[in-house]
Design a protein around this ligand. Structure first.
Ligand code: FAD
Length: 353
């Protein structure tokens, strides 16, 4: 049985980000790390996007960065500039290559397919495999997207469509998300915020008719992506020698599904405190966001038909305020200015519900 100082369970986004951060800052010169990951090969499987409100290690994996985005409802539309906090998209294929290339050179890091040959009695464990206690009332952000290439130049590659609610809502919350990587290449996603519901998953026909509506008839598909982000926290069992990271560690912002940049900040926190990690406070997305997101999701469950306008109005505050709020970087005045934009009576009722 092999023994290691640290064990990372799950070599996905959080596990690899942490291993990279520890390796980069020479925290593994005298320590041994095992990464347990069952996948047999790494290939592009996701596109991670976010407003860049803080620095990260993966600038060279950014596929495209935008300085403006649009939001649309069936009656309104606006373009919002975000010069200070560009919206970035990371190609997971580039990320996996970069991290694997670096960390596989470190003799103190070893990969395993499972835990069978590991003795973890004296190890500190970073676990990224979530334990879900799923119930019917839980909300999910579920989506399906395709990256298409058109013959003619079609897309405005300066502006991404963050949320286009001008589509069939089926008593849930539904929008299209378009990332134009160039004038003839874009990722188009159909996204739902709903309880588990098979009848919403006719994704391909939703996308097809949206693309036709955009006026694109001739295209080829280069990549497909499907996923579901839990808009609830996985079970977190407190253990002396273990902390959870990534989705399992509560790094998802529940009102938006954004997780990537929180994972990067968590990795930095662990790296800075690695020598004393057993005694460190659990890293969390701020309590105020947990509270506000809980209320927000209650409103979303009760009044899905109001959500397109609620999201639209949220972007009525200054862009930096809204982006900071959605990226957990806002101060109390900025929080208040967002809350002010919300339909107050509905939100107040939801607090007491
Ligand atoms: C398709 C998709 C797109 C997303 N897009 C965005 C986005 O645009 N922006 C954003 O901020 N967030 C996004 N997210 C949310 C979040 O950033 C990602 O889910 C991210 O990959 C979470 O990282 P993670 O390490 O927690 O999980 P993962 O990256 O899924 O890593 C978990 C790893 O654990 C491994 N594993 C599974 N079972 C075991 C086991 N029993 N033992 C050991 N290992 C195991 C898996 O193979 C996997 O490699 C997206 C999620 C999905 C699914």
């Amino acid at each position: 049985m092999k023994e290691f100082d640290y064990v990372i369970i799950g070599g996905g986004c959080a596990g690899l980000s942490l291993a990279y951060e520890l390796d980069l800052h020479q925290k593994l010169n005298k320590k041994k790390l095992a990464i347990v990951e069952p996948r047999t090969e790494y290939k592009r499987d996701k596109t991670w996007s976010f407003w860049k409100v803080s620095s990260h290690n993966f600038e060279d994996c950014v596929k495209k960065s935008w300085k403006e985005f649009s939001i649309k409802t069936s009656s309104d539309s606006k373009i919002i500039k975000c010069d200070n906090f560009p919206y970035q998209s990371i190609d997971s294929g580039l990320f996996y290559n970069k991290v694997n290339e670096k960390i596989r050179k470190n003799k103190n890091i070893e990969f395993f397919k499972d835990m069978k040959n590991l003795n973890t009695n004296d190890s500190f464990i970073f676990n990224s495999v979530p334990l879900m206690q799923d119930t019917e009332s839980n909300l999910w952000q579920h989506f399906y997207g395709i990256e298409i290439e058109t013959n003619k130049e079609f897309f405005n590659d300066q502006t991404l469509d963050l949320m286009d609610f001008d589509c069939d809502q089926r008593n849930n919350v539904h929008f299209f998300y378009v990332l134009p990587f160039s004038k003839n290449r874009a990722m188009i996603e159909t996204t739902w915020l709903s309880r588990e519901n098979k009848s919403l998953k006719d994704y391909e026909s939703q996308i097809k008719s949206y693309i036709n509506r955009l006026g694109v008839n001739d295209y080829k598909i280069n990549f497909k992506e499907e996923g579901a982000i839990p808009l609830f926290y996985p079970v977190y069992e407190k253990e002396k020698n273990k902390i959870n990271i990534g989705t399992a560690g509560g790094m998802t912002r529940l009102s938006t599904g954004y997780t990537f940049l929180n994972i990067q900040e968590h990795s930095k926190y662990i790296r800075m405190n690695i020598e004393n990690i057993r005694n460190k406070k659990k890293y969390e997305i701020g309590k105020k966001y947990q509270f506000l997101d809980k209320i927000f999701l209650r409103v979303l469950k009760k009044h899905p038909e109001k959500m397109p306008n609620i999201f639209y109005d949220m972007f009525g505050a200054s862009y930096s305020t809204t982006v900071k709020f959605l990226s957990n970087k806002s101060n109390i005045l900025e929080d208040l200015s967002i809350i002010w934009k919300m339909p107050k009576w509905i939100f107040i009722k939801s607090i007491f519900n």
